[in-house]
Design a binder for this molecule. Structure first.
Ligand code: ASP
Length: 225
C-alpha cells in the first residue's frame, strides 16, 4: 500500500510507500506528517514506523496479509476488496473543504496490478497524485507513470494560481491535454466549494456530498463530460 495526505492551509504533508500489513495507509501517512520531521517514509522504514505508532490490537488499522485470514475476518476483507479479494480498483482519493475555505486531500492505493517489486506510483508523490494548497485540493488516479510525468495535481493548482483558471477549467485542461487518453482522472474541490471530477478513462467511481445534503454519485461520463 502507499498513501499520502496534505493540508492545504499549512502545506504540511505525509506519505508512505511499501506497506504490506497496514490497511489504513492514510492513517500512517498522517502519523508521518504529525509525528516526524519528514514527509515520506518507504518500505521497511515505513513498516517499522507503522508498527511503532499503530496499535496491533486495532484490527481496523492492521491486518497482516502474510498470515492466513480467519473465517470471520474473511468476509470483511472480501467486502472491502469488491468481492474478489484481489482488487484492481484499489485507489481511494478524498478531497475536502471546510466553511472557512481550508482544503485537504488524501489518497491511498495498492498500486497497479502486476507492477514491479519496488515500483512507486503517483499516489504518494506530492504534486502528482495528491496536492492541496489555498486554491484547491486534488486527488488523482490512473496510470501512475502518466500522472507523475504531468504532475497532475500540482498542475491543476498552478493553473488556478498563475493563470486564473477556475477549478473546472484547470482540471479539464490537465486531464484533457496533459495526460494521454485513457490514463487518468481526479477529484478536486476549490476553496469556494467548486467541485470537479473529470476523467479520460471509460469510467471512474466518484461521489460528492455537501453539508446541506446535496449528493452526487457516478461511474460513467455524464452529459456534460
Ligand atoms: N495510480 C495508481 C498507481 O499508479 C493506480 C490507480 O490509480 O489505480 O499506482
Amino acid at each position: 500500500m502507499e498513501a499520502c495526505i496534505m493540508d492545504g492551509k499549512t502545506m504540511r504533508c505525509g506519505a508512505v510507500s511499501g506497506l504490506t500489513t497496514v490497511v489504513n495507509a492514510v492513517s500512517v501517512a498522517r502519523l508521518v506528517m504529525d509525528k516526524t520531521p519528514h514527509i515520506y517514509l518507504g518500505f521497511q522504514g515505513a513498516e517499522a514506523f507503522a508498527r511503532e505508532h499503530v496499535s496491533p490490537s486495532n484490527f481496523a488499522l492492521l491486518i497482516d496479509y502474510t498470515q492466513p485470514i480467519k473465517q470471520d475476518e474473511k468476509s470483511e476483507v472480501l467486502a472491502a476488496t469488491g468481492g474478489s479479494g484481489d482488487s484492481q480498483i484499489g485507489t481511494v482519493g478524498c478531497v475536502a473543504v471546510d466553511r472557512d475555505g481550508n482544503l485537504a486531500t488524501a489518497t491511498s492505493t495498492g498500486g497497479l496490478v502486476n507492477k514491479m517489486v519496488g515500483r512507486i506510483g503517483d499516489t504518494p508523490v506530492i504534486g502528482a497524485g495528491t496536492y492541496a494548497n489555498s486554491y484547491c485540493a486534488v486527488s488523482a488516479t490512473g496510470r501512475g507513470e502518466a500522472v507523475i510525468r504531468a504532475t497532475v495535481a500540482r498542475d491543476v493548482a498552478a493553473l488556478m494560481e498563475y493563470k486564473g483558471l477556475s477549478l473546472q477549467e484547470a482540471a479539464a485542461y490537465v486531464v484533457g491535454e496533459r495526460v494521454p487518453q485513457g490514463t487518468a482522472g481526479l477529484v478536486a474541490v476549490s476553496a469556494s466549494g467548486e467541485v470537479t471530477m473529470p476523467f479520460n478513462t471509460t469510467g471512474m467511481f466518484r461521489a460528492c456530498a455537501t453539508e446541506d445534503g446535496y449528493t452526487e454519485i457516478g461511474i460513467w461520463p455524464t452529459e456534460q463530460e
